[in-house]
Design a protein around this ligand. Structure first.
Ligand code: AMP
Ligand code: ZN
Length: 113
């Protein structure tokens, strides 16, 4: 997707503070962190959101869930973290490329709505 900001980050056309990369996904620091550790993990394939996950592409989402624990361990997170993904306007999704927010480094409240 040529006008997708996360596709541009994946292509290296926009800089990012990378924390992990493999052939299927990229993790980088959120520009506007909501916790001491706030990273975004995105599939390299352009998938709009969880709403666009299908039997054909669900492996990309599953792979991200597989790598998140190792990324948290690498960042020294020992006391828990939160994984969030927003889908569509009511949830406040601003970038239409599937991304998992991973938040850590503080005790968190729970006021998701
Ligand atoms: P959402 O609102 O769930 O779609 O999340 C999009 C996230 O992307 C927000 O938390 C933004 O701060 C973050 N973001 C937008 N542009 C960039 C960028 N160039 N580098 C890092 N994070 C970004
Ligand atoms: Zn994209």
């Amino acid at each position: 997707m040529s006008d997708c900001i996360f596709c541009k980050i994946i292509a290296g056309e926009i800089p990012s503070a990378k924390v992990y990369e493999d052939d299927r996904c990229l993790a980088f620091k959120d520009l506007d962190p909501k916790a001491p550790i706030h990273i975004l993990v995105v599939p390299k394939a352009h998938i709009q959101s969880v709403d666009a996950v299908t039997p054909e592409n669900s492996g990309e989402a599953a792979h991200i869930l597989e790598v998140i624990p190792g990324i948290m361990k690498e960042l020294g997170v020992k006391t828990g973290y939160r994984v969030v993904t927003n889908i569509g306007p009511d949830a406040g999704q601003t970038v239409p490329h599937l991304h998992f927010h991973v938040l850590a480094g503080q005790e968190m409240g729970w006021t998701p709505a």
